[in-house]
Design a protein around this ligand. Sequence first.
Ligand code: IPD
Length: 266
Amino acid sequence: MENYKKVMFEAADEAAKILMEYFDTVFEIGRKKFYNDLVTEVDKKSEAKIIEVIHSYYPDHNVLAEEGGDLHKKSDYVWIVDPIDGTVNYAHALPIFCVSIALEIKGEIELGIVYNPFSDEKFFAQKGKGAYYNDKKITVSDTENLKDGFLVTGFAYGLDVKDDHSLEHFVNFVKMGLPVRRLGSAAMDICYVACGKFDAFWEFNLHAWDVAAAYLILLEAGGRVTDFSGGHYHVYDRQILATNGRTIHDEMINELKKVNEEIMKQ
Ligand code: IPD
């Protein structure tokens, strides 16, 4: 595992150099399926560099990456890559973004790194070996109840085309008088739960590349991750509730369920 870890750090560091070189400069910006779901020239350069590093050591490993999709190599090893999580922030020179790389071996996420080079925040975890922030061991917060919670979430880009009802849940938590933030990078959001800044995160319609590394980091920091009804979560699922694992987790499940039932009645 040590060798995979070295390659993961090398790939993240190389990508980070590209992100820093282009940050707040002029670069090409394209649009994906939804008008404001952006892809920049820098996403593509970062992704190409990450794949180049991985394949220079492990040419047979598969890569599942946000911009290039699944390389479809038949392998027990899948590197799950988001070359910039927080692309819209990056495109507007807002420094909340990161590189996210996870290594899945035979269906299990074994390693994960989330790195924001602008703020010099590097989160890393290895399954069974704890979670780290810039080499310092991290744990989740000890906030017990939802009434004391500091929450973070995100919204999908295509709500103008397809409403996933994420706003109803957001409004419900805000109307409970809770502080809820939206930072624009799911990977950073979850890592901030892992190190105890936030107590809980939820979002609909994320992809494996947004969450795979941060998911492991949070679990290794003592957090809990489920779907919205408390069921088993896998990084390829589209609903994620990621918390410090205290009573707050079940309280949030109850709230999400309550709002879902109200939506069903409409
Ligand atoms: C996005 C971010 C954002 C989340 C979006 C994601 P991207 O990823 O994680 O926080 O709300 O749903 O698509 O496109 O910047 O890699």
